[in-house]
Write a protein that binds this ligand. Structure first.
Ligand code: B12
Length: 213
């Protein structure tokens, strides 16, 4: 039954069916499946398959966009179920997708997890300029800046932001965490980030560790 729902969830994304995706997400939650589990084993598996089909030329951009819309539909259901952690905030984070990059599905999941784990998070959206990251981090007195990048070309923006902080003598003002499919621990080390996370729950763990929770 559960495996069947995971398969249906993945299929709804591959078939670019937003309505079905939302319905399956609702069904899964009603069946007691955790939002994180239906996301990871169902919907994220589906969008990963879509990425492979796109890469091999079996799906084209319009279909990729419709699959992303189905994914957003599913996320609207699962993220709402995650809720907010409540209590005193464990820390303040500004998080966005870097300039030149419009991929924001992963970022939305990370934000939902962080909020559910009692962090105050300011969503800087997508295609976010380096200066906006820095201005918003200062404005909100953030402890952490999180940057998402999904393109090998836009990963460079993560490096540029760290370099800009160093140039201004402000590198130690913030902890920097990077993520997104092309990023790795090695990349994070290379650019001098404080942490890399492979997914949303790892992101919460890494930020907890950075802030001593
Ligand atoms: C959906 C999608 C799109 C959608 C995005 C919609 C949206 N609102 O996000 C649309 C259709 C718009 C799109 C456009 C493009 N895309 Co696209 N897209 C994808 C796809 C299939 C899925 C991405 C996704 O949502 N994954 C699911 C989420 C949950 O995973 P995630 O983003 O990795 O996030 C998780 C972790 O990485 C981590 N994480 C992510 N960010 C952060 C940040 C922090 C701080 C932390 C802690 C953790 C963290 O936690 C997340 C949750 O677990 C990928 C394939 C792939 N394998 O990634 C291609 C892919 C990224 N796209 C690709 C390409 C080429 C493009 C286009 C250039 C296509 C074109 N010809 O126009 C454009 C680029 C537009 C732009 N300027 O940004 C390539 C990139 C290749 C490369 N080497 O750079 C990929 C890899 C597809 C492929 N295999 O060819 N795309």
């Amino acid at each position: 039954m559960t495996d069947d729902l995971f398969k249906k969830a993945a299929a709804s994304i591959v078939e670019q069916d937003r309505e079905a995706a939302m319905e399956i997400a609702t069904q899964a939650l009603a069946a007691g499946i955790a939002p994180s589990e239906i996301m990871a084993k169902g919907f994220v598996a589906g969008i990963a398959e879509v990425g492979e089909l796109f890469e091999s030329g079996e799906l084209f951009l319009p279909e990729l966009m419709m699959a992303a819309q189905a994914m957003e539909g599913a996320m609207s259901v699962t993220n709402a179920a995650l809720g907010e952690g409540g209590g005193q905030a464990k820390g303040t984070i500004v998080l966005g997708t870097v300039q030149g990059d419009v991929h924001d599905i992963g970022k939305a999941i990370v934000i939902a997890y962080l909020k559910a784990n009692s962090y105050e998070v300011f969503d800087l959206g997508r295609d976010c300029a380096l200066e906006t990251f820095l201005a918003k981090a200062a404005e909100h007195h953030a402890q952490v800046i999180g940057m998402s990048a999904l393109l090998t070309t836009t990963m460079e923006e993560q490096k540029k932001l760290i370099a800009a902080l160093k140039e201004r003598g402000a590198r130690d003002t913030y902890k920097i965490i990077v993520g997104g499919a092309p990023c790795t621990q090695r990349w994070a080390d290379q650019i001098g980030a404080d942490a890399y996370a492979e997914d949303a729950s790892d992101g919460v763990k890494k930020i907890d560790a950075l802030l001593g929770h």
